[in-house]
Design a protein around this ligand. Structure first.
Ligand code: KG4
Ligand code: ZN
Length: 351
């Protein structure tokens, strides 16, 4: 059963054909990063326009790479929530038109459910219930995932998403956009204990997160160091050997990352422990983070749990995860009609 999955929730125009939920026949993504780079973040209006330019081409490419035509499809699935409203609308309008023209069933899918499903597509041994940590530029969510794709949301961020904070910190340090990978790489050369940044809500006793405090703290630290002429640009991490009063960009990156990873690891492990889940899955763009992966793995060993993460092309936004979860929903009878609308918000328990 082949389903076309479309995702235009943020700054990637994505379409994919997946057979039976797991067999990815094509997975095409047009990234808009270059268009947003000069603004240091995603510009919603620009994202919508770029989606309009790309969507037909990307959908056709997904079908061509899967070596099929619309006649071979069972259904069309599209992310309709949550995300940037103008961006979502492009995917929804496209999916509705295609479903109408080709007389195919239409399914509106929650983007977060797609992220959660991504690990299941590639890990046969994944058990239920498991804990899923979704960390991206737009989301930070800890969810208990039960058989039959039933969810209990344990906690989410009260302010900025983890990836958003990576991007902002990279901006303060003049490192470019998106910042996650850049900071991850620089952090490998820095000392994570050089600066003690706060760990907001680490000991709040619940599963909520807050990252804007870390962000502000890094910002003040960077500004102060700049004023004092003590900030050493990246690539000169040996500078403090000659002047111990200086602080390197590598140390700031490593110390910032240590704070974020500490909180994410602590709460994910606590959730697994208290629910008895044997597995923790990581998904979303920040799931690519080397330190987060290593830290979670090390902590999970101590409680006898497994850690899973998908390959990079299923971690970041893609249409395959949408077609994947759509297959499960389709089997259970979900169908939407042509009045399907997009929504900027949308919790996963309301589905
Ligand atoms: O899932 P994604 O591609 O898009 C959405 O936001 O939905 O995630 C992008 C985010 C960006 O904030 C980016 O900086 C972050 O994921 N990211 C990383 C890494 N690679 C990407 N954050 C930390 N470490 C990384 N290696
Ligand atoms: Zn996403």
């Amino acid at each position: 059963m082949k389903i076309l999955g479309i995702d235009t929730s943020c700054d990637e125009t994505a379409a994919s054909v997946v057979a039976n939920g797991r067999d990815v026949l094509s997975n095409v993504v047009a990234s808009q990063i270059e268009a947003h780079q000069e603004y240091g973040g995603v510009v919603p209006e620009l994202a919508s326009r770029k989606h309009i330019e790309a969507i037909n081409f990307i959908v056709n490419k997904a079908l061509a790479e899967a070596n099929i035509t619309f006649k071979d499809l069972e259904a069309i699935a599209v992310t309709n929530r949550p995300g940037l409203i103008g961006a979502l609308l492009v995917g929804v309008a496209s999916a509705k038109s295609l479903a109408y023209c080709h007389n195919l069933p239409l399914l509106g899918i929650n983007h977060i459910e797609g992220h959660i499903y991504a690990n299941y597509m590639v890990h046969d041994t994944l058990t239920f219930p498991h804990i899923c940590l979704t960390v991206s530029g737009g989301h930070t969510l800890l969810v208990e995932v039960h058989e039959g794709w039933q969810y209990k949301v344990l906690g989410s961020t009260q302010d900025d998403a983890a990836g958003e904070v990576y991007d902002k910190v990279a901006k303060y340090l003049g490192l470019g956009f998106p910042g996650g990978k850049i900071i991850d790489d620089l952090a490998q050369k820095g000392d994570p204990s050089a600066i003690k940044f706060p760990r907001p809500m680490r000991n709040s006793g619940d599963y909520q997160f807050s990252f804007s405090g870390i962000k502000t703290s890094v910002r003040y630290f960077v500004e102060k160091a700049q004023r004092a002429g003590a900030l050493v640009e990246n690539g000169q991490e040996d500078a403090k050997d000659t002047n111990p009063d200086t602080v390197t960009v590598e140390d700031i990156a490593a110390s910032f990352q240590a704070a974020v990873v500490d909180v994410l690891t602590y709460k994910s492990i606590r959730a697994a422990k208290s629910t008895g889940a044997q597995a923790i899955t990581l998904t979303g763009g920040v799931a690519a983070n080397s330190q987060l992966r290593a830290s979670l793995k090390a902590a999970a060993v101590e409680i006898g749990a497994e850690v899973y993460y998908p390959p990079m092309n299923l971690c970041t936004d893609n249409g395959a995860m949408i077609a994947g979860i759509a297959y499960e929903k389709y089997k259970h009878g979900l169908r939407d009609n042509l009045s399907l609308n997009a929504a900027a918000n949308g919790s996963i328990v309301d589905v």
